[in-house]
Structure formats: C-alpha cells, structure tokens
Design a protein around this ligand. Structure first.
Ligand SMILES: Cc1cc2nc3c(=O)[nH]c(=O)nc-3n(C[C@H](O)[C@H](O)[C@H](O)COP(=O)(O)O)c2cc1C
Length: 196
C-alpha cells in the first residue's frame, strides 16, 4: 500500500502523526510532504513531529521539492491525504494553483481522474463562504472532504482518543482499514426508561 500524506499549516499535527503511525504499523509506503507553515505550527503543537515523520515514513519531502516522484502523473498511490489541511491549501487545490508539492500532487491526482482517492481534512473555525465554495467545488469532483471533527459518543478518556477518532475515520475514508476509532453500536450505558 502506497499513501501520500501531506501535512500543512493548520492546527492538528497530531492527527497526521497518528495517521503516519498507523500506516507504519500496517507496513505502508508513506510519502510525506511537510509544508514550511506546517513546520511552524509544529513548533507550537508538536516539536518532535518532523523527526518522527522522518523516522516512520518511507520518504519526507519539503514543499519546494517539485521534482519529487509524487509530482508526476506516473507515480501511482492508493490515496492522497492532506491532514491537517489549511484553508490556503484547500483553496490552492480547488483552483488548480500548483505552487508547491502538496498542491501539485493533488492537481496531478485530479488530472489523472483520481479525485476519489483524495481525502482533505480541513481545520478552521468558523468557515467563510470562500472556504465552503472551495470545498464544495472539490466535493462535486468526488474529493472526500473530512473535516477534523472528533465524536464524543464513545466517551473519549483522553486527547489521544479524540485524535485517534479523527485519524481512524480519515484512514477509513482513504480506504485503509484500521481499529483506531470506535464503531457505532447503539448501546447506551444506561438506557433511558420509556414513559408510557
Ligand atoms: C499556530 C498556528 C495555527 C494555525 N492554524 C490554522 C488552522 O487551523 N487552519 C488554517 O487554515 N490555518 C491555520 N494557520 C494559518 C496557516 O498556517 C497559514 O494560512 C499558512 O499560510 C498555511 O500554509 P500551508 O497551507 O502552505 O501550510 C495557523 C497558523 C499558526 C501559526
């Protein structure tokens, strides 16, 4: 299994780390791109993240490495995940503005007819109409828009539970089976009594 994992400068670097760790567990060949702004966000959120990506991914590219194999249509991958995805990168992909390796790799997947293999994990709050229009444009092409929205119905006990929930759902959307997130089973701990 070959996955392209792009990490951009939105909040949520830990989601990408959880995804990379699971892919490593599954012996996937992960090609990781880390943007300059993702490196900046890492300084605030996860200072050791870049070292960890380099340790567990097959390749780690900088955003300016536009001659990397993943920039070419002849490179075949099972999925391209952008997590977390900044509003800027969402816009670049939606508008075909292939100014860096992330936008170029996504542009290539779109031109090769692989829109359904692209999973974007935008993180922003609130959203502008511009962001909605960019996401809608891509969703109409078949791109999976999977906002970083952890669920609370399984009573998470830690931040790691919440992180794994998102990472697991993103991987599932990319076609990678995993056990990182709880499956919904309709069994509340104490069922409410139904009044007659
Ligand atoms: C600490 C920090 C957190 C940020 N969080 C977000 C975010 O959650 N969503 C977002 O769209 N941009 C966020 N930004 C702004 C982006 O980093 C900025 O738009 C940048 O140009 C994105 O570049 P990239 O997509 O090339 O990585 C954040 C910036 C910093 C410094």
């Amino acid at each position: 299994m070959r996955i392209v994992l792009c990490v951009t400068g939105a909040s949520g670097i830990d989601y990408a780390l959880a995804i990379a760790r699971e892919l490593a567990q599954q012996h996937a060949e992960t090609h990781c791109v880390v943007t300059e702004n993702a490196k900046l966000v890492m300084k605030y959120e996860a200072p050791a993240a870049l070292r960890e990506f380099k340790r567990i991914c097959a390749r780690v590219y900088g955003e300016k490495q536009i001659d990397a194999p993943i920039a070419s249509g002849s490179f075949r991958a099972d999925a391209l995940i952008v997590c977390p995805c900044s509003m800027k990168t969402l816009s670049a992909i939606a508008n075909g503005f292939a100014y860096n390796l992330v936008a170029r790799a996504a542009d290539v997947a779109l031109k090769e007819g692989d829109a359904r293999k692209i999973v974007l994990v935008p993180r922003e709050m609130p959203w502008s109409v511009v962001a909605f229009e960019n996401a809608l444009k891509l969703a109409r092409l078949g791109v999976v828009i999977a906002p970083a929205s952890p669920g609370f119905y399984d009573k998470p006990k830690s931040v790691a539970d919440l992180t794994n929930f998102v990472a697991g759902r993103v991987l599932a959307a990319a076609g990678v089976e995993n056990a990182l997130y709880p499956r919904w089973s309709k069994k509340p701990e104490k069922p409410n009594k139904v009044r007659k």
